[in-house]
Write a protein that binds this ligand. Structure first.
Ligand code: ADP
Ligand code: ZN
Length: 603
C-alpha cells in the first residue's frame, strides 16, 4: 500500500500569517524604528546648551523626573535628570526652545511612511504571489498534464488482503459479486461469447453492514489492485478540482486494469441534481465528470467500479441508468444466522472461553449490524483484560451487548430510593404486560442499573429466530407492552414521570405506521398516507394526504394508543400482587434474568 498525499493548508492559514506579520510590524518594527538613540548628559551640559541657545525642542517629563531635549537641528536627542531649578522655565524660554510633548515618538516622516504604508503593501503582494503559486501547484498549474492529482489510495496487489471468507453472512451479496471475481480472473471467457460485465455495481445497505469489506474482498479474491476513494473527498472548495480528481483516478485505474475502483459514500457526489436552487457547481461538475468517464471506457476494459451508499433513493437517475451503475447489490443487516457467523469470525481474533454460546449472543443482539457485532466482541475482550482474565467469557459478551447498545454502566449515577423503586415498577410493568399477552418469557434480562446513554433501566427483549411478518394483533400487543411501563407507574404511584418518553415515541410511531402504511385501520382501507424517505437511515416518512385526513389520522393514532394503554393498565391491575413481588425482587437484585422473572410469575 502506498498512498501519497500532499499536505494541504486551508486559505485561512495564509490570512492568519498575513495578519500576524501586520501586527508584528505595527507593534514592534514601527516603534523600534521610530525610536532614536538618546544620549544621557549631565545637568551642567543642559544648562550650557540652554545658555548657548543650542536647544531645538524640549520636553519636561515630571513623572519620570527627567528632561528630554534635542539639539538645534533636531538630529540628536538628549536626556538629563531633573534638578530643583526654579529658573528652568524662564531659562528655556529665553533659549528659544520649542516646548514639545512628543520628542520620543517623533521619527523621521519618511521612515514612518515607509514602514507603515509601503512595507505592508510589499508584504501583501509577496504573499499574494506566493499563494497564487501554491494554488496553481495544487490545481496542477499551467501544466495541464498534471492537473489535480487524485488522492486515490492505491492498494497494490496484496495476497494478505481481505477475502470473502472474512465477510460473514451476506451470502446473497457474495454470490452476486462472485461473478465479477470470475470475470476479473478470466475476462476472455466473457468476451468470447460477447457478454460484457456491468461497469458499475452499487452496494446499498445500512451503515456498518460490510460494504467496504465486500468491495475489498472482491479485489482480494480476484487478486487485482484496489483503488479506494470516498465520495466526500472529491468535493473540494475549488470548482473543477473534484472533476480533475475523477479524471486522474480513472487514468490511474485504466493503466492498472484489471482492477477495482471503490467509491464510498457515492451519494456525496451523486445526489440528484434537479430542484436545488443555486445548486452546488462543484458537486455537479464532479458528477458530470464521473458520468463521462464511465461512458468513456469500454465495457470490457477490466475496470470495475464498486460504489457504496446508504441512501440509494437520493442518487441521480443518470448514475443508475443502464451502462453505469446498473447493478444493485443489497447488503442488509444480518439475520440471526448471519449475526452468529459474524460473531464467530471476529471471535477468532480474540481468546474466548470454550463454552461461549454464540447463538444466544446473536439472539440477544437482535438488529445489530456487522460493525456493532465486531465492536461487541472487542468490548468483551477489553472487559476480560480489565478483570485480569486471560480470555473472554459468556458474561463478558453479554455485558458488552448492553455496552454497545445502551452504553456503559453509569457507576456514579445515584438514584434516590423512590426513583429506583419507580424504575423497577416501570421495567417490570413492560415485562409483565408482554408476558401476559403472549404467555411466554418476554425478556432475556431486566436491569435497573443506569447506563451512560441515559437509560435508567433496560429490558432486553427475546428474539426467537427471524420474524418477517407482523400481524395486526402483534403490533397492538407491542404497543400495549410499550405503554406498560407508564401504566405500572400510574397503577402503583398514582402519578407519572418523564421516564416514559422513549416508550411514547415508539408507540406513536408504530400506531401511526399501522394506519398510514400498513392499511390496518377500518376507515382508510389500503391507502398509503405516508411514504418512507430513506429506508436505511432511520426511515423517516413524509405525509401524502390532505390536511383534513391528517387531522383524522392524528385522532385515530390517539384512539389506538389509548385503547392499548387501557388494556395494559387492566392487565397490571389484575396481576397487582405479581407486579409488586417482581418489582421488589428487581429492586433488591438490580438485574434479573428472564427465567427468574417467569419463575416468580408462575409460582
Ligand atoms: P460499511 O462500509 O457497510 O459501512 P464496513 O465494511 O466499513 O461497513 O464494516 C465496518 C466493520 O464492521 C468492518 O471492518 C468489520 O469489522 C465489521 N463487519 C461488518 N460487516 C461484517 C460482516 N458481514 N462480516 C464480518 N465483519 C463485518
Ligand atoms: Zn419504558
Amino acid at each position: 500500500m502506498n498512498e501519497v498525499k500532499t499536505p494541504k493548508k486551508p486559505l485561512i492559514y495564509y490570512y492568519v500569517i498575513a495578519m500576524l506579520v501586520l501586527l508584528l510590524i505595527n507593534f514592534l518594527l514601527v516603534p523600534w524604528l521610530a525610536q532614536r538613540e538618546i544620549l544621557e548628559v549631565d545637568y551642567g551640559t543642559f544648562i550650557t546648551m540652554t545658555n548657548e541657545k543650542q536647544i531645538g525642542q524640549v520636553e519636561v517629563q515630571e513623572q519620570e523626573n527627567q528632561i528630554l531635549f534635542t539639539n538645534k537641528d533636531n538630529t540628536a536627542i538628549y536626556k538629563t535628570g531633573m534638578m530643583d531649578d526654579p529658573l528652568l522655565t524662564e531659562r528655556l524660554y529665553e533659549s528659544g526652545a520649542k516646548f514639545s510633548g512628543e520628542i520620543i515618538e517623533q521619527a523621521s516622516p519618511l521612515v514612518t511612511f515607509l514602514v507603515s504604508w509601503v512595507l505592508p503593501i510589499v508584504i501583501f503582494i509577496g504573499l499574494g504571489q506566493y499563494m497564487t503559486k501554491k494554488l496553481m501547484q495544487r490545481a496542477g498549474g499551467p501544466n495541464a498534464m498534471s492537473f489535480g492529482k487524485s488522492n486515490a489510495k492505491i492498494y497494490v496487489k496484496s495476497s494478505d488482503g481481505i477475502h470473502f471468507s472474512d465477510v460473514a453472512g451476506e451470502d446473497e451479496a457474495k454470490e452476486n459479486l462472485t461473478e465479477i471475481v470470475d470475470y476479473l480472473h478470466n475476462p476472455g471467457k466473457y468476451k468470447e461469447i460477447g457478454a460484457s460485465m456491468p461497469k458499475g455495481v452499487l452496494l446499498v445497505g445500512p451503515p456498518g453492514t460490510g460494504k467496504t469489506m465486500l468491495a475489498k474482498a472482491v479485489a482480494g479474491e480476484a487478486n487485482v489492485p484496489f483503488f479506494s476513494m470516498s465520495g466526500s473527498e472529491f468535493v473540494e472548495m475549488f470548482v473543477g478540482l473534484g472533476a480533475s480528481k475523477v479524471r486522474d483516478l480513472f487514468k490511474q485505474a485504466k493503466e492498472k486494469a484489471p482492477c477495482i475502483v471503490f467509491i464510498d459514500e457515492i451519494d456525496a457526489i451523486g445526489k440528484k441534481r434537479d430542484g436545488r436552487v443555486g445548486g452546488n457547481d462543484e458537486q455537479e461538475q464532479t458528477l458530470n465528470q464521473l458520468l463521462t468517464e464511465m461512458d468513456g471506457f469500454e465495457g470490457n476494459s477490466g475496470v470495475i467500479i464498486l460504489a457504496a451508499t446508504n441512501r440509494p433513493e437520493s442518487l441521480d437517475p443518470a448514475l443508475t441508468r443502464p451502462g453505469r451503475f446498473d447493478r444493485r447489490v443489497p447488503v442488509e443487516l444480518p439475520d440471526l444466522k448471519g449475526r452468529e457467523e459474524i460473531l464467530k469470525v471476529h471471535a477468532k481474533k480474540i481468546k474466548v472461553a470454550d463454552d461461549v454460546d454464540f447463538s444466544k449472543i446473536a439472539r440477544m443482539a437482535s438488529g445489530a449490524s456487522g460493525a456493532e457485532l465486531a465492536n461487541i466482541v472487542n468490548e468483551a475482550a477489553l472487559r476480560a483484560v480489565r478483570d485480569g482474565r486471560k480470555y473472554a467469557t459468556q458474561a463478558d459478551l453479554e455485558e458488552s451487548i448492553e455496552v454497545v447498545i445502551a452504553g456503559y454502566q453509569k457507576k456514579n449515577a445515584i438514584l434516590t430510593d423512590k426513583e429506583k423503586m419507580i424504575v423497577s415498577y416501570h421495567e417490570v410493568g413492560h415485562a409483565l404486560v408482554a408476558a401476559k399477552q403472549s404467555n411466554s418469557a418476554p425478556v432475556q434480562k431486566i436491569t435497573i442499573v443506569p447506563r451512560t446513554s441515559g437509560a435508567l433501566g433496560y429490558t432486553m427483549q427475546v428474539d426467537e429466530g427471524n420474524h418477517y411478518l407482523m400481524s395486526k394483533e402483534e403490533i397492538e400487543n407491542k404497543i400495549a407492552t410499550l405503554t406498560g411501563g407508564r401504566a405500572a407507574e400510574e397503577v402503583i404511584f398514582g402519578s407519572v414521570t418523564t421516564g416514559a418518553s422513549n416508550d411514547i415515541e415508539q408507540a406513536t410511531k408504530l400506531a401511526r405506521s399501522m394506519i398510514t402504511r400498513y392499511g390496518m385501520s377500518d376507515d382508510f382501507d389500503m391507502v398509503a398516507m405516508e411514504t418512507v424517505n430513506n429506508q436505511y437511515l432511520g426511515g423517516d416518512t413524509s405525509l401524502a394526504c390532505s390536511a383534513q385526513t391528517q387531522a383524522e389520522i392524528d385522532k385515530k393514532v390517539v384512539e389506538l394508543v389509548k385503547k392499548q394503554h387501557e388494556k395494559a393498565i387492566q392487565i397490571l391491575l389484575e396481576n397487582r400482587e405479581k407486579l409488586d413481588e417482581i418489582a421488589r425482587y428487581l429492586y433488591d437484585k438490580e438485574t434479573i434474568t428472564g427465567e427468574e422473572f417467569m419463575s416468580i410469575l408462575n409460582a
